[in-house]
Design a protein around this ligand. Structure first.
Ligand SMILES: NC(=O)c1ccc[n+]([C@@H]2O[C@H](COP(=O)([O-])OP(=O)(O)OC[C@H]3O[C@@H](n4cnc5c(N)ncnc54)[C@H](OP(=O)(O)O)[C@@H]3O)[C@@H](O)[C@H]2O)c1
Length: 416
């Protein structure tokens, strides 16, 4: 019978994997690891505190209480704004953990190691990629390591994992996943779009006029994107763990539909009882703040990833740097006295968790709402191997809003 360890078990991807394992009858024991919060109680789940930043020998002590497992799901992540530091920290967390597993004899029964990475594999944080994005695209699009590119901690982690497996005669298989912007439940994690979006909508309803203004830009509003439900990603990881054809490979993981803000923003307005201004963006291409607000603007890398193949696709010298432009600067918006007051009113009225506001990830939302390009990751590779998972993105947003409402992270939209 399979048994599992989940690292980063209390994060947005880890929580969903623990839930999927609890619901998978074949898994008999699940060991969850993180530093601060605990996993929800369940007879199959045992939580242990483990700091992945400690030495391999230290980790061995914590692991010695855990019997050898068959599957490991690695979802731990420590954010750092410096990409070199992020690589060093997240690389060391994985490599020390692998060393500790081997030293402690944990790998005796191990069959499968699943590492969660993300679509930043394709440099999507540096600008416009070539769409759709395939796992076997030209190397210059999949491993962006041209001299002027910043380090990428996903590359560091994947090389560590592959080398460790090879050094141990590939006795166990690995899979790496590339989820897109994740829709899921977690408390005070680094990248949580649904919590920030729900707070923005609920506060907009509370403010005078109840206008739901799209904080990003018109290009983004009209673009197409995929999203990744943490639930679908978790199902994918479990599927990969029992699909030998998928062994030692990398996969994009998204819901399977294409979505856009032009479709979901009116749905959000209806859910929160807000109205959308009839002319929500300034005329023309000029970057302007929404009247009465401050804007935010960041120019991305000089060469967006698609520039690497510009000549090959007949568009030599066509690509300018991409940008992140928001007509409402979300960090500044969240400091406005009327916004803070609206949050406090909602918090007190519905007994909400202050951590939801304090941990809101306005930076990440700025990236998701303010980029000026589409992101479509192809799911064909997994589908050809038999993956049939699917979710409707708007359904997943609604389901997650409800989960966050039940946990007092968001006010109940139906009562606003
Ligand atoms: N969130 C998204 O929208 C998104 C999108 C695409 C890709 N990804 C990728 O998915 C991967 C997982 O990220 P996530 O968003 O699920 O992370 P997350 O929600 O921020 O959770 C991180 C988890 O790691 C644990 N952790 C952090 N430092 C630790 C340490 N030193 N020792 C032990 N545990 C530690 C945290 O618990 P404690 O702090 O309590 O230890 C938490 O359980 C990352 O590679 C991320 O880039 C995320």
């Amino acid at each position: 019978m399979p048994t599992a360890i989940v690292t980063g078990a209390t994060g947005i991807t880890g929580t969903a994997i623990v839930n999927a394992l609890v619901n998978a009858p074949e898994y008999t024991e699940i060991y969850t690891l993180s530093r601060s919060q605990k996993s929800p109680e369940h007879p199959k789940v045992k939580h242990a505190t483990l700091d992945l930043q400690s030495s391999a020998d230290e980790m061995c002590k914590s692991l010695s209480h855990i019997p050898p497992v068959t599957h490991i799901y690695f979802c731990a992540y420590l954010a750092n704004p410096d990409e070199g530091e992020a690589s060093r920290i997240n690389g060391a967390m994985l490599s020390n953990f692998l060393e500790a597993l081997t030293k402690s004899g944990q790998t005796i029964e191990l069959k499968h190691f699943c590492l969660t990475c993300g679509l930043k594999q394709y440099g999507v944080h540096q600008g416009q990629p070539k769409n759709p994005i395939y796992e076997d695209d030209d190397d210059s699009l999949v491993w962006l390591e041209q001299g002027d590119r910043p380090p990428n901690f996903y590359y560091t982690q994947q090389r560590i994992l592959e080398k460790h497996a090879a050094d141990h005669h590939n006795k166990w298989a690995w899979v790496v996943t590339y989820p897109q912007d994740v829709i899921g439940f977690a408390k005070a994690n680094f990248m949580n779009l649904t919590t920030s979006l729900g707070l923005y909508c609920a506060i907009s309803k509370e403010l005078e006029g109840s206008k739901l203004i799209f904080p990003g830009n018109k290009t983004n509003y009209l673009s197409f994107n995929n999203w990744t439900s943490a639930r679908v990603h978790a199902e994918f990881c479990l599927w990969a763990g029992k699909t030998p054809n998928a062994n030692n490979q990398r996969f994009n993981v998204s819901n399977g539909d294409a979505q856009s803000w032009q479709d979901m923003w009116p749905r959000l307005a209806a859910r929160y009882g807000c109205n959308i201004p009839e002319k929500m963006f300034p005329a023309g291409d000029e970057r302007k703040a929404y009247p009465g607000y401050e804007m935010s603007y960041t120019k991305l890398h000089d060469r967006p990833p698609i520039a690497e193949v510009a000549a090959k696709i007949g568009l030599k010298d066509e690509f300018k740097p991409s940008e992140i432009f928001c007509q409402i600067n979300l960090q500044e918006w969240a400091k406005r006295p009327e916004v803070v007051k609206a949050w406090e009113t909602l918090r007190d009225r519905y007994g909400l968790d202050q951590g939801s506001w304090d941990g809101a990830t306005w930076d990440f939302s700025t990236f998701v709402l303010g980029r000026n390009y589409s992101l479509i990751g192809s799911m064909s590779k997994a589908r050809k191997l038999g993956w049939t998972g699917y979710a409707d993105t708007w359904d997943e947003f609604q389901r997650t809003f409800k989960e966050l409402e039940d946990a007092k992270m968001l006010p109940p939209a139906a009562n606003l």
